[in-house]
Design a protein around this ligand. Structure first.
Ligand SMILES: Cc1cc2nc3c(=O)[nH]c(=O)nc-3n(C[C@H](O)[C@H](O)[C@H](O)COP(=O)(O)OP(=O)(O)OC[C@H]3O[C@@H](n4cnc5c(N)ncnc54)[C@H](O)[C@@H]3O)c2cc1C
Ligand SMILES: *[C@@H]1O[C@H](CO)[C@@H](O)[C@H](O)[C@H]1NC(C)=O
Ligand SMILES: *[C@@H]1O[C@H](CO)[C@@H](O)[C@H](O)[C@H]1NC(C)=O
Ligand SMILES: *[C@@H]1O[C@H](CO)[C@@H](O)[C@H](O)[C@H]1NC(C)=O
Ligand SMILES: *[C@@H]1O[C@H](CO)[C@@H](O)[C@H](O)[C@H]1NC(C)=O
Ligand SMILES: *[C@@H]1O[C@H](CO)[C@@H](O)[C@H](O)[C@H]1NC(C)=O
Ligand SMILES: CC(=O)N[C@H]1CO[C@H](CO)[C@@H](O)[C@@H]1O
Length: 643
């Protein structure tokens, strides 16, 4: 890779500095009114703000963000600190779920970004994309109601926005030579300063062992996995700047990189959007936006001329809507909130990626080096930490979590996949599916209709589809492989804490409540343990430590799965689904909240169900797609020719 030195310098500067001076901290610094107000300066929200301020130089945009600008590598980077050193940081909301009855009453531990850039500023940086079958399945769930909408969301419709949303830089020749990276630049093409690249470090002696084991199991090596087809063994780029090897996130790429030339782009930090208010009812919008200063606790209303866009993420978007009286009427009444729009889907349909791990040890790694276990060696650790702070950064921490994974369809995992498909179709046909929904909405007809349609589509277009992945196993690699269930059927809820409605919501994980999820976890676990007994692993004396040779019956394996279950891979989702109202949806194909004038939702809460991917690439792409819809709407409304 060759970059002119001036570009390297300016990119390096960008990667470390957010212009503090531009940021507003008090309501008194704001203009009287804004054209657009965006609640939440996260991954999707700042993408929209960037595009709107560029498309409409004469219209003003305000982003209201709970957190502050905090590009502090010592706090949420090295990335391992995210998982280890959480207590100390102010950069994330920490959510501890209610006990999960079907998983031994364990509680899920989940983080969400609370900082300019949102979760893209604190995440694991794994930058894969969904499969084309995910998007096409979402369109199927919304069919036929959305078929006539002019806003299209099939894979073919959103793929150009994935391309536009990032800039990919191929790895240097030496790394390609050494590691065997493959890619295909035709799946990229953007020049947006959100960066995707291969990290300068990997556990180079171990990764080939893991890759070899998957190849032994018959998983095909794919040249590129970001073009819609990802059933196979993938190299995954990370959201990292190609020169500095530092994190790239939406606070840098969609605010800091553009602020200097956007006098119409205001960012208010340390303010919580409490609710939106419709003084004359929800048919006359846009609503007022009520914000609370986190410094002096004062409340203020800010008004928008054109639109309000909520982008507070899957946990907090539904809290803003519920506090606004937009949500399940029965719950709102219980909370003493005046019902403005009865929308049972707000904060319902909640789910996350989950799954157990399989563990092994080696008897004979010889002199392979370095190994992840070397991080317990103080000298190695000190060098790794020092390397991370250099510019460009170097060493193990630049890898973030991982840059490899396999994605495997259910039909490759178990010969019984048709039994699983039939079992789902049967629970849809006889109506028993509804009994697995959370108690507080299983009697709600629109939610049940939407859930049955989701199950039907997941069974027939995902689980029965030999090209649609069902499991993901990312690896770096240590001594475990995770069996991530990409398409769980169980659902939970996100509801205000009635006694403390401005605080973190009450989160109910329904993990395992639909019994078919256990059929899937079981199939996945049996499949993964097979890779320990491959030629590639045997060569190094690999032997299974967990479940372990004693655990053979299905019942014993299910106990192991519950014991080892990771309830959250930090992908909370789907709490304001883009589905018809009669299917429990919250927003339409144009992302407008059903029945609410001048109000849209743009973030990961709009997905109908989880994709076979980590979410950040989709948060950016949804932001891009939404901005396109909003810009075209206002161009045509103002009689401006759509470019
Ligand atoms: C620890 C962690 C690891 C992850 N690892 C990966 C990974 O490796 N790869 C990957 O692709 N994805 C990963 N994800 C998921 C991915 O980053 C998120 O799903 C995605 O970024 C969410 O985007 P969003 O726009 O929906 O919300 P966010 O980016 O979370 O943005 C929401 C914003 O709203 C703000 N906000 C919330 N409430 C209010 C309010 N009331 N008023 C004002 N502002 C408010 C928040 O502070 C935040 O800035 C991870 C997430 C986490 C938390
Ligand atoms: C989970 O908690 C509930 C309520 O306290 C209790 O009835 C149930 O027995 C517990 N289940 C397990 C597996 O501990
Ligand atoms: C799944 O199995 C088919 C048929 O054997 C094979 O062609 C394909 O490569 C396999 N895919 C994966 C991801 O294992
Ligand atoms: C915001 O506007 C609503 C409706 O007019 C009003 O009830 C509320 O008191 C206002 N809040 C503030 C802080 O002015
Ligand atoms: C596996 O390795 C870990 C650490 O490397 C060690 O603590 C553990 O005892 C080993 N387990 C077995 C069964 O060898
Ligand atoms: C709700 O808020 C109250 C008061 O802050 C707190 O004591 C309680 O634990 C919260 N409930 C849940 C389920 O988080
Ligand atoms: C228009 C605007 O807000 N510009 C700001 C961008 O950031 C610089 C600091 O780097 C501020 O000085 C500008 O006011």
């Amino acid at each position: 890779m060759f970059l002119p030195s001036t570009l390297v310098l300016s990119l390096a500067a960008l990667a470390t500095a957010i212009p503090e001076a531009a940021v507003k901290r008090q309501i008194s610094q704001l203009r009287d009114r804004y054209d657009f107000i965006i609640a939440g300066g996260g991954t999707s929200g700042l993408t929209v703000a960037d595009r709107l301020t560029r498309a409409f130089p004469k219209k003003t945009v305000l982003v209201v963000e709970y957190g502050v600008i905090e590009y502090a590598p010592g706090i949420f980077d090295p990335p391992l600190a995210v998982w280890g050193g959480i207590g100390a940081s102010a950069s994330y909301f920490v959510v501890q779920s209610l006990p999960v009855p079907d998983i031994q009453n364990k509680t899920a531990f989940v983080l969400a970004g609370k900082v300019v850039g949102g979760s893209s500023a604190v995440n694991g940086m794994f930058f894969d994309r969904p499969s084309r079958h995910d998007w096409d399945a979402w369109v199927a769930v919304a069919s036929p109601e959305f078929d006539s909408s002019q806003d299209k969301w099939s894979w073919g419709d959103v793929y150009p926005f994935y391309k536009k949303s990032v800039t990919f830089t191929p790895p240097p020749a030496a790394a390609v030579q050494k590691y065997g990276y493959t890619w295909d630049t035709s799946v990229y093409g953007g020049s947006t300063p959100i960066y995707s690249s291969f990290p300068p470090f990997l556990w180079a002696d171990l990764v080939p062992i893991a890759r070899g084991s998957w190849e032994d199991l018959g998983v095909p090596k794919l040249q590129e996995c970001a073009g819609g087809d990802k059933a196979g063994l993938c190299w995954i780029p990370i959201s990292q700047h190609p020169v500095t090897a530092r994190r790239s996130h939406s606070g840098l790429g969609h605010y800091a990189a553009v602020n200097a030339t956007r006098p119409n782009y205001d960012l208010l930090v340390k303010h919580q959007v409490t609710r939106v208010v419709y003084p004359n009812g929800p048919a006359s919008g846009p609503p007022l936006v009520e914000v609370l200063s986190l410094d002096d606790k004062t409340l203020a209303n800010i008004s928008a001329r054109a639109e309000v866009i909520i982008s507070a993420g899957s946990f907090h978007t539904p809290t803003i809507l519920q506090r606004s009286g937009i949500g399940p009427a029965s719950f709102l009444r219980k909370a003493g909130i005046n019902v403005v729009i009865d929308l049972p889907g707000v904060g319902s349909n909640f789910h996350d990626h989950s799954g157990p791990g399989v563990f092994w040890n080696y008897t004979n790694l010889g002199n392979l080096s370095p190994l992840p276990s070397d991080l317990s060696n103080l000298a190695f650790l000190a060098d790794a930490t020092a390397g991370f702070d250099e510019t460009p950064a170097r060493g193990p921490y630049t890898l973030a979590g991982s840059n490899s994974a396999v994605f495997v369809p259910l039909s490759n995992i178990t010969a019984d996949y048709q039994t699983i498909v039939s079992r789902i179709n049967a629970m849809v046909a006889d109506g028993s599916a509804a009994s697995y929904l959370p108690a507080d909405y299983r009697d709600e007809p629109t939610m049940v209709a939407g859930y049955k349609k989701q199950l039907e589509v997941i069974a027939n277009q995902i689980f029965a589809n030999p090209h649609a992945p069902s499991i993901e196993t990312p690896f770096a690699t240590g001594n475990s492989f995770r069996a991530i269930n990409l398409h769980p059927l169980s659902r939970g809820t996100v509801r205000l804490n009635i006694s403390s409605p401005l605080q973190t919501p009450v989160v109910h994980y329904g993990t395992g409540s639909n019994p078919v999820d256990f059929d899937v976890y079981l199939a996945h676990t049996k499949y993964i343990r097979r890779m320990i007994d491959t030629e590639a692993m045997r060569k190094y004396g690999a032997f299974e430590v967990g479940p372990g040779p004693d655990v053979q019956t299905d019942a014993a394996l299910i106990n192991f799965i519950k014991d080892q279950m990771t309830l959250s891979y930090m992908h909370p989702c789907c709490t304001s689904a883009m589905l018809p109202r009669q299917k429990g949806g919250v927003v339409g194909a144009d992302l407008r909240v059903h029945g609410a004038a001048g109000l849209r939702v743009v973030d990961m809460s709009i997905l109908p169900f989880l994709p076979s991917s980590h979410l950040s690439s989709t948060a950016y792409a949804v932001g891009e797609r939404a901005a396109d819809i909003i810009i075209k709407h206002w161009y045509s409304k103002c009689g401006v020719h759509v470019p």
